[in-house]
Every structure is written in structure tokens, then in C-alpha cells.
Design a protein around this ligand. Structure first.
Ligand SMILES: [Zn+2]
Length: 307
């Protein structure tokens, strides 16, 4: 325990070296912190987080800073993305964090938690803010990372957190990662992807594909619904639509989680006003519970292919 004088000095130093906000951050997943992250990510000033833009790099720096503030920054993985439309090539990044497990053996087994941070940019004068797609998942990644880090001592397995670039251009960030993994690919025992988790409906439906790709996945994802006040719609297969596909194609167990489609999907109206932030807190508690159940368990993980 440090003395009072020391701790106030530490506090002053923290104030000087960290952006305001971080030192007040809570370990719990809170509506306010989610809102703060999404307000930044889905702000008009970021022009839709399009790969290759200055604003895209601003998001990368924001994510890196948040990981660094939480003591989990691991790597900035640069890659070249070929854009849909005009086929031009731009530089962008995957932002990676790491939280090591405590079991001498199982810490070599990795669970990846991912979310893409890019979106569609500006088209015909309209800014596509992508509040649900996928500021919601990116904010989720930061909040879950913070809570896992605070509970690191419970972990047996290790956690790799990846904010993917250029997903909207064809899953490019995740494709680059699995082709240039910063850790042995066969150490990854599960990849949990969050893409559009901000529109929980009145029935509290959380949808997921891939729950049958690892042992006990169906039962686990089902059983965590009630304690977290959500109704899981659990599919064994149905692996499609986002970055987890890149991992599944390499023979890795996956779980792709979302709260469903809606009228604002890939429209300029995908704004923070249309999100269900209280609902997203429930979704994140649900995902956190699943992640911790697997990361703190000794149960053997293996890939179970699905049709
Ligand atoms: Zn998306």
C-alpha cells in the first residue's frame, strides 16, 4: 500500500500523462463509458472511419491509447487494403491488445476477441457514422478488455483483443491477421467476434453463429442468457458476415455475435441516437460471461466443423 502523499503525487502524475477520463474509468462495463466511446467513434468529425483517411488513423490512435492506458497494448499491425470501388491501395491497421493468462500451460492457449472499427466513409455528401456498425462492437472491445484486465488473475487462458481495419472492404484486416499472425495460429482456440451489438430489441434477442464449433458451446451460450437478462438465439453453424469467417476458414472455433439487422444498416442514419445503450450493456455482460467461462476453464477446446 502506498502512502497518502505518494498516491496524490501518483494521481497528479496520472493527470498529466493521461487524457482526462482514463483515470476515472471503471472496471465494470458501464453505459456511460460505452456512450463516451461510441460518441467519439461515431462522430461526424471522423467522416465514417474510412480506411486510408486521416480520420481512420485517428481512430487507430484512440484505440491504441485506450489499450495503453489499460496496460494491454500489444501491437499495431500495418497492412495495405485494396478498396472496393476504385481498387486503390491504402495503408491501414489492426490494433492489438494482449492479456496473459495465469496457468503455466493454458496461458499458451489464446482466445481472440475482435471487432472491426472501420466503416463506409462519406458518400454523396452523407457521412456514414456506423454507430451500430461497428462503433458498438469497437466500444464493446474496449469495455470488455478493461474488465478482463481488471480480473486478469482469474484467467487460465490468454486473451488477444483485435480491432480490425477494412472489414467493410471484404474482411481485409482479419484476412491479413490470419495470414500474418503475430502468434502461432494453432494456439488460437476460439475467436469471438462482435459486429453490430447496439440494437438489442425489446425481446432482448442476442444472435450468434458458430456456437457448435467448440465443445459445450451451445449449452454454454444458452445457459448464460437468463443471468444476463438476454435471450440468446444460438446457432451451431451459420458462420457468415464478418471477421470471424477469416478464422473459421483456418479451422478455428468461432462465435459471431450481433443484435440483428435494422433499417439503419449501412445508411447515413446509423447514428448513436438509434442505439439501445442499456441493451448493449446487457449484451456485453453476456459476452464477458462467456469469455470468462471459457478462459477460466480447463475444459479442452477443439475445432468442430459445421455445415
Ligand atoms: Zn460491420
Amino acid at each position: 500500500m502506498i502512502s497518502k502523499i505518494n498516491s496524490s503525487i501518483t494521481l497528479i502524475i496520472l493527470f498529466i500523462i493521461s487524457p482526462v477520463g482514463y483515470i476515472f474509468s471503471q472496471e465494470e462495463i458501464t453505459r456511460q463509458e460505452l456512450k463516451d466511446h461510441i460518441q467519439f467513434l461515431a462522430n461526424d468529425s471522423l467522416n465514417g472511419r474510412f480506411p486510408g483517411t486521416v480520420e481512420n488513423k485517428m481512430v487507430v490512435d484512440y484505440l491504441k491509447n485506450d489499450f495503453t492506458a489499460n496496460g494491454i497494448f500489444y501491437d499495431l499491425q500495418e497492412f495495405t487494403a485494396r478498396l472496393k470501388g476504385d481498387n486503390s491501395e491504402v495503408k491501414t491497421w489492426n490494433v492489438i491488445g494482449f492479456i496473459e493468462g495465469k496457468d503455466p500451460k493454458l496461458k499458451n492457449e489464446i482466445i481472440v476477441v475482435g471487432a472491426h472499427y472501420d466503416h463506409l466513409g462519406v458518400k454523396e455528401g452523407s457521412i456514414y457514422n456506423g454507430a451500430d456498425d461497428n462503433a458498438s462492437g469497437t466500444a464493446a472491445l474496449l469495455e470488455i478488455a478493461e474488465k478482463v484486465k481488471a480480473n486478469q488473475k482469474l484467467l487460465k487462458r490468454s486473451i488477444l483483443l483485435i480491432a480490425f481495419g477494412a472489414e467493410e472492404q471484404g474482411l481485409l484486416g482479419s484476412a491479413y491477421f490470419v495470414d500474418h499472425p503475430t502468434i502461432p495460429l494453432d494456439s488460437i482456440k476460439l475467436m469471438i467476434n462482435m459486429d453490430m451489438v447496439g440494437h438489442l430489441n425489446e425481446e432482448n434477442h442476442v444472435y450468434m453463429g458458430g456456437a457448435g464449433t467448440f465443445p459445450g458451446g451451445m449449452q454454454l451460450m444458452d445457459s448464460l442468457g437468463i443471468p444476463n437478462q438476454v435471450k440468446p438465439i444460438v446457432h451451431a453453424g451459420s458462420v457468415a458476415g464478418s471477421d470471424h469467417v477469416s478464422f473459421y476458414n483456418k479451422g478455428i472455433s468461432v462465435l459471431g455475435i450481433h443484435t440483428g439487422g435494422h433499417d439503419h444498416y449501412h445508411k447515413p442514419t446509423d447514428d448513436i441516437e438509434n442505439l439501445n445503450l442499456d441493451g448493449e450493456v446487457k449484451v456485453l455482460n453476456y459476452i464477458y460471461s462467456a469469455l470468462m467461462a471459457i478462459a477460466t476453464s480447463k475444459r479442452e477446446m477443439k475445432f468442430i466443423p459445421q455445415d
